[in-house]
Design a binder for this molecule. Structure first.
Ligand SMILES: C[S@@+](CC[C@H](N)C(=O)[O-])C[C@H]1O[C@@H](n2cnc3c(N)ncnc32)[C@H](O)[C@@H]1O
Length: 213
């Protein structure tokens, strides 16, 4: 769903930083070869992730939902020189594609891929994080949040994608729509949870920024 007109979206993109060449190539190859390419963050949201990461200057970053690696590479742009980005995905067929693009970038050696269910992998990573990007199955967002909060450094930032879910969060809830049900609960939890300060930004499909206190 487009919350803004195509003209405004185009204008916003034209007046934001250009998409770096290696990301434009990854974007193009994803559309040519991989199923569901619209899952990729894309030019504008990618520049938002890059800018946030550059402002935060994280040492360790965690991403849940690698897909083809686009958002991971955007988040790496602000990572400290001795930092690591850990990224989790359940799709084995994406691993080589991700690695090819990670190794073409400046951060290949700092990116650690994990294959499996996010809820199983997160507890096995023995690190504290300054920046986390949650962008996988919506049904597990609350579980991811609970697993992640104790692993955050004070002042760390948790970003949650697709929290407006194409506008379904303000429409009548369909009984079988588990994703919207969980997202409604998730958005309420983030707004009320005293462990974080939260602002929900109407960027693309909704991007929440939560600062851990
Ligand atoms: C929206 S895509 C991620 C897009 C990527 N972050 C980007 O912006 O380019 C969601 C990804 O989450 C992965 N995923 C879905 N369920 C998962 C789970 N239970 N554990 C880990 N990854 C999962 C999917 O395989 C998919 O690649």
């Amino acid at each position: 769903m487009h919350f803004l007109s195509q003209d405004l979206e185009d204008y916003i993109e034209q007046h934001s930083e250009k998409e770096p060449a290696h990301l434009a190539a990854l974007n193009k190859e994803t559309y040519q070869k991989i199923l569901l390419p619209r899952m990729l963050s894309g030019h504008f949201q990618g520049r938002v992730l890059s800018m946030l990461s550059k402002l935060i200057r994280p040492k360790n970053i965690l991403e849940i939902g690698t897909y083809t690696g686009y958002s991971a590479l955007c988040l790496c742009e602000g990572m400290q020189k001795d930092g690591q980005l850990h990224t989790i995905d359940i799709k084995e067929e994406l691993v080589d594609f991700q690695r090819k693009h990670f190794d073409k970038s400046a951060w290949g050696a700092q990116i650690v891929q994990h294959l499996g269910e996010g809820v199983n992998i997160i507890p096995t990573i023995d690190l504290k994080f300054d920046l986390v990007f949650i962008d996988a199955d919506k049904e597990n967002y609350l579980n991811y949040f609970e697993l992640i909060v104790p692993k955050m450094n004070t002042g760390g930032i948790i970003l949650s994608d697709n929290v407006l879910w194409s506008g379904k969060v303000v429409e009548p809830l369909q009984e079988k729509d588990m994703s919207t049900k969980v997202l409604l609960e998730y958005n309420k939890r983030l707004a009320d949870d005293p462990r974080v300060e939260t602002v929900l930004l109407p960027i693309r499909d909704g991007l929440t920024v939560s600062r851990v206190l």
